[in-house]
Ligand binder design. Structure first.
Ligand SMILES: [Zn+2]
Length: 378
């Protein structure tokens, strides 16, 4: 059985459901992967299921009933056993030992949105750090006895938002045994957590969604048109939240800007200032998501061009609305080494993943593409 509201991730669901069905629920779980792969959505569904009064069980598979008193409370995350800890904005009252009311209200709002859609943002606007007062508050709550039967689940969103002293305070939380309690952390990169924290958790990797699962989800959940869903899915690197963001920004616009960048890089000898300006305009210095979207858009566009080189006019193009410019490009650069161009774009994506400065990556890549394509013209 699949948990409702979760996109794909059958293998991870099976592992988590099996833990619950066999009543071998870990004290601490670390879900490694982007929010857009479903880490938070999975954590919430796990919390609902362990608290459900009459779960639906089928072998090693288990889902919440959705209608008992506990499920009703959990639907909006107004549940005494379920809490979410998420980063707060840095402000003047940093040293304050109390959680300000506006923060508490904002965190409630965040939890409410996540309850309705596990693929909502997990950080409130401007938030960048999980504070030590939040961990103290969590410890205080966990020290009370439970007011409602079930299992306490504390979800720490983006656990790498803790600084070292907060992480050390949190380590004590993990070391202390709490009855009927599971702490679930989410984190996109495990190398950003203290090894001492990781060693106390059962670690589950939540992989990127595959392209067709993602495209289907965009069509079904987001009611996006098939063509746009497919383009966004191939640009989003398996991340549903990114894909939705691209669609909100208009994938075609990103694609058109990316193709303009390519055209600028192929201009005559004075191309440099124009290319630098175009890169700066299109991509912020740390805008990794945008940089990946641009490289992916170029990759898809060049694949279409190469398909025309190979198969003529009758091939099915992903960028179907670009038939004419693609044909022109294909006839100008039919002899180009497209494989070298793909490799260059793939290397760019890898560099962005390694946190290299995005504008530099993009400029280097466009210079490489220039050399690949202009060579073929000579
Ligand atoms: Zn239930």
């Amino acid at each position: 059985m699949q948990w409702p509201g979760i996109i794909g991730q059958h293998a991870v669901q099976e592992i988590l459901q099996r833990c619950i069905a066999q009543q071998r629920i870990p004290q601490a779980l670390l879900l490694v992967g982007n929010d857009g792969f479903g880490t938070m959505a999975l954590a919430i569904e796990f919390a609902r299921t362990v608290n459900c009064y009459s779960p639906v069980i089928d072998g090693h598979s288990v889902i919440a009933c959705g209608s008992c008193q506990s499920c009703t409370q959990a639907r909006t995350l107004q549940h005494p056993n379920i809490s979410i800890v998420s980063a707060l904005p840095t402000g003047k009252l940093d040293a304050s030992d109390e959680l300000r009311k506006e923060w508490v209200d904002a965190l409630y709002g965040l939890a409410h949105d996540l309850a309705l859609n596990g693929y909502s943002p997990t950080r409130m606007e401007g938030a960048n750090e999980i504070r030590i007062v939040q961990i103290r508050e969590l410890n205080r709550q966990l020290s009370f006895s439970m007011t409602q039967r079930g299992r306490r689940v504390a979800i720490i969103a983006n656990a790498d938002d803790m600084n070292v002293s907060t992480a050390n305070a949190f380590l004590k939380t993990l070391e202390e045994p709490h009855a009927d309690t599971t702490i679930i952390m989410t984190c996109s990169r495990r190398d950003r957590l203290l090894p001492t924290i990781i060693s106390r958790c059962q670690v589950i990797t939540v992989p990127a969604l595959d392209e067709s699962t993602l495209a289907d989800a965009l069509m079904q959940r987001g009611s996006h048109a098939p063509d746009e869903a497919r383009i966004a899915a191939s640009m989003a690197q398996g991340d549903y939240i990114s894909a939705e963001a691209f669609l909100a920004e208009d994938v075609r616009q990103i694609r058109d800007s990316a193709v303009n960048l390519l055209r600028t890089s192929l201009r005559g000898k004075d191309f440099r200032p124009a290319l630098t300006a175009a890169v700066h305009e299109l991509i912020g210095q740390r805008d990794r998501q945008r940089c990946l979207a641009v490289t992916n858009a170029l990759l898809l566009w060049l694949r279409d061009a190469y398909a025309i080189v190979q198969g003529g006019r009758r091939v099915h193009l992903l960028n179907a609305d670009q038939q004419e410019p693609l044909e022109r490009f294909a006839s100008s650069f039919a002899r180009a080494d497209f494989d070298a161009a793909y490799r260059s774009l793939e290397r760019a994506a890898a560099d962005v993943d390694r946190f290299m400065p995005t504008q530099l990556v993009m400029l280097t890549t466009m210079m490489e593409l220039r050399s690949v394509f202009l060579q073929a013209r000579r």
